[in-house]
Design a protein around this ligand. Structure first.
Ligand code: SF4
Ligand code: SF4
Length: 108
């Protein structure tokens, strides 16, 4: 779980060390400029802990150890994950592409 201290730091040090590529978005990804902090896909994360010591602002916590003051981040990250999946499936446009919403997958 990536908490508030990542906001506007986004140096992607954690992305570089993650062995399963589950921290999003990537620096060269379409969504990178749109988010103020990165987030972890909990379905892919293997809890190896490699990202924790490389974070310069101590923003990464196991979900059960997330300080209460940042609990809202958990819900925000889940919304981002759903949106990222929808963009990947073509249900929503990437905001940076400036295109109109695709109807692909909506008419079925
Ligand atoms: S704990 Fe390991 S697998 Fe999970 S986000 Fe960090 S580096 Fe990636
Ligand atoms: S290392 Fe820390 S500050 Fe840098 S992107 Fe990852 S969570 Fe954010």
């Amino acid at each position: 779980m990536i908490a508030e201290p990542c906001i506007d730091t986004k140096d992607t040090a954690c992305v570089e060390v993650c062995p399963v590529d589950c921290i999003h978005p990537k620096k060269d990804g379409a969504e990178f400029a749109d988010v103020n902090k990165l987030y972890i896909d909990p379905e892919t994360c293997i809890d190896c802990g490699a990202c924790v010591p490389v974070c310069p602002v101590q923003a990464i916590f196991p979900q059960e150890e997330l300080p209460e003051k940042w609990a809202g981040e958990l819900h925000a990250d889940r919304r981002r994950l759903v949106r990222t999946a929808e963009v990947a499936l073509g249900c929503l446009p990437s905001r940076r592409m400036g295109s109109q919403p695709s109807r692909q997958g909506m008419d079925r």
